[in-house]
Design a protein around this ligand. Structure first.
Ligand code: HEC
Length: 108
């Protein structure tokens, strides 16, 4: 009986840590550092348009310039693929850095 409980507990722990990895939340503070690569073209603190549109309040916008609603996946797609003069960051940033920068963008 005790053995069985132990096994179940161990399985439970494995399952929970697996989930934690799958749902790794971005870290906005780290994302702010990642954003330095975006800041040349995007303002985060004013509505000013640089090379690209200001990203202030991005996730509160109804639509991005491409007509899509800003969601984790649509913004991530933008970061991965780029658009026009915006370079693709698919291979430039790690998955963790992308999650971090998304978390940061949500604070703007
Ligand atoms: C070399 C300049 C440049 C860099 C660097 C750059 N972008 Fe952009 N970005 C643009 C331009 C230009 C657009 C507008 C593209 C269009 O609509 O044709 C854009 C559009 C976007 C949009 C859509 C905004 C909207 O309201 O439509 C997001 C989100 C975005 N960029 C995020 C980022 C992030 C995050 C980074 C850094 C990882 C980044 N960009 C780096 C130039 C850049």
């Amino acid at each position: 009986m005790t053995k069985r409980v132990l096994v179940l507990t161990a399985l439970g722990a494995l399952f929970t840590s697996g989930l934690a990895v799958a749902q790794k939340k971005g870290d906005a503070a780290k994302g702010k550092e990642v954003f330095e690569q975006c800041g040349v073209c995007h303002s985060a603190t004013t509505g000013e348009k640089k090379m690209g549109p200001s990203l202030m309040g991005l996730f509160k916008k109804e639509k991005m310039a491409n007509g899509q609603k800003p969601t984790d996946s649509s913004v991530l797609a933008m970061i991965n693929k780029g658009k026009g003069t915006m370079p693709a960051f698919a291979d430039v940033l790690s998955a963790g850095e992308k999650a971090d920068v998304l978390a940061y963008l949500k604070t703007l």
